[in-house]
Design a protein around this ligand. Sequence first.
Ligand code: CTP
Ligand code: MG
Length: 254
Amino acid sequence: MTAIALVPAAGSGSRMASATPKQYLDLLGQPLIAHTLRALLGAAGIAQVVVVISPADEWWASYDWAALLGESLARLLVLRVGGVSRAESVMNGLTALAAAPIESPQADQQAQDFATSDDIWVLVHDAARPCITSQQVDAMIVQLEYDAVGGILAVPVADTLKVAVNHSAEPRIAHTTPRAGLWQAQTPQMFRRGPLLAALQDALPEHVAEITDEASALERLGHSPKLIMGSPWNLKVTYPQDLEMAKLLLQANR
Ligand code: CTP
Ligand code: MG
């Protein structure tokens, strides 16, 4: 079994509304994505970390990654194949990876394995989730490596859920929807490379609006991925206040 991490980092961060995409915003003196990559590279079960950035990315090249990530940089591969949607960035990364040289000591063997074997697991993890830990990643791999489908980190919904009458400026409640059985999806999302790529190819481009995570692409084809209890600390940095929360969480974790 080989597991690699694939990190979509080609978004523009429109909800963050900052001049710099959020994956490069400062978080405790480093670009946000450096925290994400360090956690993934530090997981014993991850052989390779693949980052998908935009072809137009102007930021990646401006950092000293050797200083930020140390020797583990040798297991990092950067692909400039990001697409217009997250799902497309993941699909492009998986496609490119089958052909790309893999920069690792077992480069030739790994590249060949990835292109041919069904025993390659891919953990897709948002660049914008910097509070994931290496331990959480390794625990997930242990739980899923013999699973028939794969699965995702998620947390049960805690709040009472209201459905709004409309999306106007002054929304009112139409009704309350039961929260039992509802989970909030996080990443990593871990699937075998072949079925994941096939599911994304089947869904895109027509169904791009439905495919907001990897699991939804597998669900479309009738699969039922496993829900693995995640942590509320594994937040996604989406809005400016999330960056403040991520700072507090990373500091508290030390
Ligand atoms: N992402 C990507 N390619 C895209 C869009 C998103 O690789 N075309 C990545 C983001 O960089 C991020 C992850 O997918 O790491 C989760 O997406 P999201 O939080 O939605 O980031 P953005 O799309 O950048 O933000 P927004 O939706 O606010 O524009
Ligand atoms: Mg987005």
